[in-house]
Design a protein around this ligand. Structure first.
Ligand code: PMV
Length: 316
């Protein structure tokens, strides 16, 4: 019998990088994500359709599939299973673009593995098992990507604390612009942390400010005060740019989104490439997407809140 799991990508609205150092981040699930189909099998294998990659055993996976193979191995061990699983991964999320693709793959793979073998994992177990993959990809992740992929919606996230869901009345449109430039989160996280060694007190001051901005943006979204949220986006982009996390292309994308009428725009995720987000005024998201498409190929609208991980039985 075949099962499937889906997990969303994520966007960080406020607080990327600072979240690694203990700040609250405001993050949301995307409507795009990763689907993993699973069925019990004598051994385990993984096929990634998008990357046309395959691992015919978990012990001998090619490098890009090693983190997922490790998470699946950890899941089978945790469940005390001697059966294996055949996994097929498909995704409509761009890779290495600051949209949480690796976490969505990890969460969906762990959930599909457990469900197809007749087990139910708690959210806590799912987070711990998916983190096996995340630690291999990112080194020292805050855990925000995995938390969003599991819980969905909009949340205030702090490393090591329980997530605080933020409940909106109705939905908010957000525009995502993908630069198409891939980069490694780990490298950007290390670069960002350099200031911590040089100016530790100023750095911790910025971490505290970042938490306050995340809380302000969350409260403003609840009140549908989009202008305040937009101002915080604009300010945060400048802060991240000062830390060296932006690029000329990301700055140009932010500029175009604002020219297209966005109330605010900023890079999202680790920066150095990857993606930006822009907050359009009510029912003007299409206009901002058009403006972004003048400089990059891929821009899309996502709605907050979006679902978290889900599993279902497939018709054979
Ligand atoms: O760019 P992404 O999707 O890898 O997001 C990274 C977010 C950081 O805050 C930079 C790192 C983290 O672990 O939270």
């Amino acid at each position: 019998m075949k099962w499937a799991a889906w997990a969303p990508g994520k966007t960080i609205l406020i607080g990327e990088h600072f979240v690694v150092h203990g700040a609250y981040a405001l993050a949301a699930a995307l409507t795009k994500g990763v689907t993993v189909q699973a069925e019990p099998f004598t051994t385990s294998k993984i096929i990634s359709e998008q990357g046309r990659l395959r691992a015919d055993s978990l012990e001998d996976a090619p490098d890009p599939l090693k983190p997922i193979a490790a998470a699946v191995q950890a899941t089978l061990r945790h469940l005390d299973e001697n059966r294996g699983v055949a996994l097929t991964i498909t995704s409509d999320l761009p890779r290495a673009s600051g949209l949480g693709s690796s976490s969505a793959v990890a969460v969906a793979s762990v959930a599909a593995t457990a469900t197809s073998l007749g087990h139910q994992l708690t959210k806590q177990e799912l987070a711990e098992l998916a983190s096996v993959s995340e630690k291999m990809v990112h080194g020292n992740p805050s855990g925000v990507d995995v938390a969003v992929a599991i819980h969905g919606g909009l949340m205030l996230f702090k490393k090591g604390s329980t997530v605080k869901p933020v409940h909106l009345h109705g939905t908010v449109d957000l525009v995502v612009g993908v630069s198409g430039v891939e980069r490694r989160t780990k490298v950007m996280v290390e670069e960002f942390a350099k200031m911590k060694n040089k100016y530790p007190n100023s750095f911790m001051g910025m971490v505290n400010s970042s938490s306050k901005f995340s809380q302000l943006a969350a409260e403003s979204l609840v009140k549908r005060d989009l202008e305040t949220v937009g101002s915080v986006f604009n300010y945060q982009h400048t802060v991240l740019k000062t830390f060296g996390m932006s690029t000329d292309l990301l700055d140009k994308m932010v500029e175009e989104a604002l020219r297209g009428g966005a109330l605010g725009a900023k890079l999202t995720g680790a920066g150095g490439g990857g993606s930006i987000i822009a907050l359009p005024p009510n029912s003007r998201a299409g206009q901002v997407v058009q403006a972004l498409r003048a400089v990059i190929a891929d821009a899309f609208i996502t709605k907050i809140p979006a679902e978290g991980v889900k599993t279902w039985r497939q018709r054979s």
